[in-house]
Ligand binder design. Sequence first.
Ligand code: UGB
Length: 430
Amino acid sequence: MSLLEEELFPSTPGKFKIDRGHTMSRHFHRCFASTSTMFLWALFLIALTASYLSFQSFIDSGSKYFSASWGGIQWEKQVRNSAQIQRSGGMSVLVTGAAGFVGTHVSLALKKRGDGVIGLDNFNNYYDPSLKRARKSLLNKRGIYIVEGDVNDARLLTKLFDVVAFTHVMHLAAQAGVRYAMKNPHSYVHSNIGLVTLLEVCKSANPQPAIVWASSSSVYGLNEKVPFSESDRTDQPASLYAATKKAGEEITHTYNHIYGLSITGLRFFTVYGPWGRPDMAYFSFTRNILQGKPITIYRGKNGVDLARDFTFIDDIVKGCVGSLDTAGKSTGSGGKKRGPAQYRIFNLGNTSPVTVPTLVSILEKHLKMKAKRNIVDMPGNGDVPFTHANISLPRRELGYKPTTDLQTGLKKFVKWYLAYYGYNRGKVVN
Ligand SMILES: O=C(O)[C@H]1O[C@H](OP(=O)(O)OP(=O)(O)OC[C@H]2O[C@@H](n3ccc(=O)[nH]c3=O)[C@H](O)[C@@H]2O)[C@H](O)[C@@H](O)[C@H]1O
């Protein structure tokens, strides 16, 4: 022990050097010595606690950083490879919600023709995430890399734009489902209004990408004028889902106006098909029919059947790709507008509404099984009685022409369903 240390921290009291001649002074020194010792110990303990706490917070933030599923040289290489354009005049597209139903199909179509594609998906558990994982493997097999992340993650989005100069963004990530909005309203605000984070990153990008995104037929809400045209009223939403999609249309308009972002909003009409969403009626009806369970069919006012303009996925993909192909360039860069940019809204429907009981009859035919129908009055849950798209505008501007009727489309869906889940999955065998 050094002299100084020995003085400060005497191993025995007797070692403490005092003037033995003065008792008072000795007491005083002893008292002073023990107080200063305690003081130093306290200081030492405080310092120890402080460094422990800051080390913990370093570990926490560090683990957040290190446990992120993105970043690093290898990751950047995968992103670049996947976004590589393979045809002349091709585009490099960031597809959000890529492991979703429409996202998967659009990503495959783009990759197939030689466009570069990077997918983004948060793999949330709104419906069975294993279906999303299966879609992801399908995409990986075709050379499409999927980044696991949320559209609200500005750091991740900025990083993606640092690595790739995306020409287009196909924004399909959303909280879908009309009736679920009553159970989990905040999820709709988080995901659907989360569009703002994406737009902020896009407006600051240099070059700015053109954006095509999924709105919804539900924005027509209580509109009764049929068929629904893009210029019809959309200020009477019947569900929070519809309200957040309508908000998306207004929000994208402001980014178009202020920053010169090229925007195309697509109002999808009840999209169905292989690799579809298990929360949708045609999908859950199929599962219940095969399992021998009853299905609930809602009926409108005065016993009128509900009807939807069911639109097959391949037709929707054509509409999405057509929108990307015809999208004008964004005019701004680095957050500054340089001139007016394109702002478009299109209906993507089938123009041929079918009632829900008819949908069930078609499923019965393809499944060769009878449904146990439980018909109830439509609860006040955000549903609308019917939808019907006027598609003259996308026909003219995009060459959009749906070619699959519900009979044909459901046949393809049932074929996929049986191949994916198997005939006897959960089927009640008496
Ligand atoms: O076009 C859209 O913008 C939306 O389309 C889809 O919504 P919807 O048209 O409501 O589809 P879907 O749930 O399949 O119900 C179909 C019909 O079955 C009736 N329905 C439903 C469930 C049930 O148990 N019984 C029943 O009769 C029900 O009353 C309805 O009449 C998407 O989910 C949505 O995300 C959004 O994209």
